[in-house]
Design a binder for this molecule. Structure first.
Ligand code: 2F8
Ligand code: CA
Length: 306
């Protein structure tokens, strides 16, 4: 009996020990388990793995939804109105493109027509310019003819006195005006020799009548927009021999001069005189350097017929 009791108490002890051990066991086992897991992934607990698994499931679900969405979209794209819309848009664009190409071709044709028309206009312009120049030369010749014819009138009135062809009879004297554009401006000495070759000399303006007659004549050729000091005409008056003493080519001293205001001023050694188209016939002379280039006026005595 005692033995049985011993046995029983021993058993309870053992059970109690074992129970005590059981109480410790979950911790112990968990620790063991945790040790095993920790060995796989340091710092990861079971909860972590659970969360990881759930996340994977959610991700898979999202991918499934996206996949279904793309499938639906693809279906609509290939089968639905979108394709029709795009086709009709392409057709419209093709029409617009064709219209643009047509427009460009039309514009190119128009440009070619305009260019050839422009060429014709340019030719016409050149032709007309040449004709205008011809008319200008004709006007110049006609003006000279009119002046010559006018000069015949007093000559006819005076009877048998006349001027050589090309000379103009004015104020009982024959004048030669080398005004045509064929004569270019020249220095005083060369102008004088030109007159002498024609049987005369540079003009002597020793009377008011001659001055006025000549002044009026040159004023008909006046160019108001021209440069005044280039528009003069050499006359037969010089102070080259004795500065300040003006003499005509026949050797007579100047009595009455028709100088412009402030002239003669001898700037840069001006020893030769010229008449200019101005506003006042009695203020129309200037002294200029004899080497300056101007037009000139010749004079000769009328000839008697017979
Ligand atoms: O202003 C008068 C002055 O004008 C010209 O010089 C700028 C004349 N020169 C010629 O004609 C070369 C001067 O003679 C004249 O006095
Ligand atoms: Ca001068």
């Amino acid at each position: 009996m005692e033995d049985k009791e011993n046995t029983s108490s021993s058993y309870e002890k053992l059970v109690s020990q074992d129970l005590t051990a059981e109480d410790d066991l979950p911790v112990h086992r968990n620790q063991e388990h945790q040790v095993t897991m920790s060995a796989l992934r340091p710092g990861f607990t079971l909860n972590h793995y659970k969360m990881f698994t759930v996340s994977l499931a959610v991700l898979a679900l999202i991918l499934l939804v996206v996949d279904i969405g793309l499938g639906v979209y693809y279906y609509k794209l290939t089968d639905g109105d979108v394709v029709k819309d795009i086709s009709s848009e392409i057709a419209k664009l093709q029409i617009s493109y064709n219209a643009a190409v047509q427009g460009r071709d039309d514009a190119l044709k128009l440009l070619a027509t305009e260019r050839s028309q422009q060429q014709v206009t340019r030719w016409e312009h050149e032709h007309l310019t040449a004709r205008i120049k011809d008319y200008g030369n004709q006007v110049e010749r006609i003006q000279m003819d009119i002046a010559t014819l006018k000069s015949q009138l007093p000559m006819i009135r005076e009877g048998c006195r006349h001027c050589a062809p090309g000379w103009t009879f004015l104020s009982s004297t024959c004048f030669y005006f080398p005004f045509a554009s064929t004569y270019s401006r020249t220095v005083w000495q060369e102008a004088r020799q030109s007159c002498q070759r024609l049987g005369g000399d540079l003009v002597v303006l020793d009377s008011r009548d001659k001055q006025v007659a000549l002044f009026n004549f040159i004023n008909t050729f006046r160019n108001p927009s021209g440069i005044l000091h280039l528009s003069g005409f050499w006359i037969g008056l010089t102070d080259a021999e004795d500065e300040g003493v003006w003499k005509w080519l026949d050797g007579t001293k100047l009595k009455e001069g028709f100088w412009s205001i402030g002239e003669p001023n001898n700037v840069n050694n001006e020893d030769c005189a010229a008449i200019y188209p101005t506003d006042n016939p009695f203020m129309a002379w200037n002294d200029a350097p004899c080497e300056f280039r101007l037009k000139w006026i010749c004079e000769s005595a009328p000839r008697s017929i017979g």
